[in-house]
Design a protein around this ligand. Structure first.
Ligand code: C5P
Length: 225
């Protein structure tokens, strides 16, 4: 496959309300540069010559342009985000040309991208409509039922990461469906059309920066690599 026909959507239009900082997590500094710049650079390294679209909240686009200037960083194409992650992905899908073969969708707040994992995802598309990285759950899990709860077998569950990779036309078709609150990631959008995805081994270092301490953890992981 020609890498130029792979389109990578990096969604970074969230407000990061769980992070507790003024600045959304994707703009916080990691090793002296905003998290999002690491994410974009690592995606460029994982899939050289592929296309990248970054989705930003409209109130932060001018700030991003300033940051790119300050850090001499060449921004990929920028698209305005929406009120939900689904809408943000859809806004990017809407500008992808018909020649696209593969679309990947990645959270801007996951700066550590393993090239081998991305290769596993793309290779898995030989036999599937979509491929998503997953890791085992290490905590014990309980299922809530009103005021009570019961233990469940964690071996039956996997935690889902990004990037998630799809045959372009299948994902475009899935995103033409109306929004549904059960869409938490792109694989769940594909499932609504009956398209299944295969699970590939994810990467425990591929954390989503959610809480302030995650910045320190990502820093440590990046230095180890
Ligand atoms: O909120 P959560 O951490 O699940 O968001 C996952 C990714 O989706 C983040 O990178 C976030 O910036 C992005 N997002 C978005 N547009 C939204 C909400 C979330 O691009 N409206």
């Amino acid at each position: 496959m020609n890498a130029q026909n792979i389109y990578n959507i990096i969604v970074a239009a969230g407000s990061g309300s769980r992070f507790g900082a003024e600045l959304p997590k994707q703009y916080c500094l990691l090793d002296n540069r905003p998290v999002l710049m690491h994410t974009i650079d690592n995606m460029r390294e994982a899939l050289p010559n592929s296309q990248i679209i970054v989705v930003l909240n409209k109130d932060f686009i001018d700030y991003w342009i300033e940051l790119c200037d300050k850090y001499s960083f060449k921004s990929p194409k920028v698209v305005e985000g929406g009120n939900t992650r689904w809408q943000s992905v859809k806004n990017a899908i809407d500008i992808i040309p018909t020649g696209a073969e593969v679309i990947t969708v990645h959270d801007g707040a996951r700066p550590i991208i393993d090239k081998n994992m991305v290769e596993r995802l793309i290779n898995a598309l030989d036999n599937a409509q979509g491929a998503i990285p997953v890791v085992a759950v290490t905590d014990s899990l309980r299922q809530l039922n009103g005021d009570s709860s019961k233990p469940v077998d964690r071996e039956l569950y996997r935690a889902v990461q990004t990037p998630q990779a799809f045959h372009a036309q299948r994902l475009i078709e899935a995103y033409s469906l109306p929004f549904d609150a059960t869409f938490t990631d792109d694989a769940s959008v594909m499932a609504a059309l009956g398209y299944d995805v295969v699970l590939v081994d994810g990467d425990t270092y591929n954390i989503k920066i959610t809480h302030p301490l995650d910045i320190e953890i990502a820093q440590l992981y990046m230095r180890q690599r």
